[in-house]
Design a protein around this ligand. Structure first.
Ligand code: OSB
Ligand code: MG
Length: 370
């Protein structure tokens, strides 16, 4: 359906995590999140920028995203007549990368279109399942017993698979002990680019622990070394950081660098590219799952919607709001069933209401583009 973007509002919110989250590239204690509100005909659609606070996962960070939206993506989209939400991403074709920034806006436009059509976002993007399988991502802990206790707590909540973050010095021995304590759980690891091909023999030791996959062991922008590493490992490799477009996905699958693909809405620049990656992977028989970036309820609900597409066959890093937030910006918050699933909402758009009083109370800057 055709609509015109009359206004764009940027809201930056500060949200302390319930507990710090540590990966191979750093520790996050508080999120600084930009929510993007796209307005047409008095109706607002909402999206979330998933950039971190520092440029350590990819090149983006909260402040870079703010400037990109304010000075480039916003002006490229304002006042434009769109025939449909699918026409949004091409407006940003001149912008190199910075996908999390403009992808937050792109997701808001899909939400907006779903609301204009009075339709749930998950149905609007072509989802076909009302309940999605869920896993959790567990950061680097201070000790192995603390890690095992954390895993047991998450299993008790019903989560279907456990992902643990690894880095040099917190890898093979840790996985070995987790496996000894919990021999039959569905387990995987994520290195966030902490290794090189020189570590191939070390990484091969992970083959003893029948992991579901090893996520992004090598460089954030590499495909070829991953292909070479895969030849040396029995455990399937999954790419996260390296896949930003369907073209990257095709190259990685062709070379044998990715037997599984993690799709993150922000990393790939929104729903259009996420669906394209989903489709090329499906055509190649490669399963995908939805990654997470410590999102607030807005991004979390978008991830739930994305996960309803048919080739999202593995449990994603899409988990309950309460794992990260004492209070979320949406009401009701995202919750998990005892079966380790999240049920989608039948409400229009991303499916929950924003808690505007709370949103105002945690807003640190706001700007309206018109
Ligand atoms: O690589 O998947 C990742 C969090 C921040 C940055 C990168 C990653 C992650 C996670 C958390 O694993 C997933 C979540 O939001 O639960
Ligand atoms: Mg990852």
């Amino acid at each position: 359906m055709a609509f015109r973007i009359d206004q764009i509002r940027l809201h930056q919110i500060a949200m302390p995590l319930v507990r710090p989250f540590e990966t191979s590239f750093g520790r996050t204690v508080e999120r600084q999140i930009i929510l993007v509100e796209a307005v047409a005909d008095g109706v607002s659609g909402w999206g979330e920028v998933t950039a971190g606070e520092r440029p350590f996962y990819n090149e983006e960070w909260t402040d870079s995203a703010w400037l990109l939206l304010r000075d480039y993506a916003g002006p490229a989209a304002l006042g434009r007549e769109l025939g449909s939400a699918a026409e949004c991403a091409p407006l940003f074709a001149r912008i190199r990368e910075n996908r999390m920034a403009w992808g937050g806006f792109e997701a808001a436009v899909w939400d907006l279109e779903a609301r204009l059509l009075d339709r749930p976002l998950w149905r609007h993007i072509g989802g076909d399942r009302a309940e999605i399988p869920c896993g959790v991502s567990i950061g680097i802990q201070e000790s192995v017993p603390a890690l095992i206790a954390t895993i047991e707590r998450e299993l008790a909540c019903g989560y279907q698979r456990i992902k643990i973050k690894i880095k040099p010095g917190w890898d093979v021995d840790v996985v070995c002990e987790v496996r000894r304590a919990l021999p039959s759980i569905r387990l995987m690891v994520d290195a966030n680019s902490a290794y090189t091909l020189a570590d191939a023999d070390h990484l091969r030791r992970l083959d003893d622990f029948y992991l579901m996959m090893i996520e992004q062991p090598l460089a954030h922008d590499d495909i070829i070394d991953h292909a070479e590493l895969q030849l040396k490992l029995a455990t399937p490799l999954c790419l996260d950081e390296s896949i930003r477009t369907a073209h990257h996905a095709e190259q990685a699958m062709r070379l044998g660098a990715a037997k599984i693909i993690n799709i993150k809405l922000g990393r790939v620049g929104g729903f259009s590219e996420a669906r394209r990656i989903h489709d090329v992977a499906q055509a190649a028989g490669v399963p995908v799952w939805c990654g997470g970036m410590l999102e607030s309820g807005v991004g979390r609900a978008h991830n739930v919607a994305l996960s309803t597409l048919p080739n999202f066959v593995l449990p994603g890093d899409v988990s309950a709001s309460r794992r990260y937030w004492s209070r979320d910006v949406i009401a009701p918050p995202i919750d998990v069933t005892p079966r380790g699933t999240i049920a989608v909402s039948g409400e229009p758009g991303f499916g929950s209401a924003l808690d505007f009083d709370f949103l105002r109370s945690i807003t640190v800057r706001e700007e309206t583009l018109r």
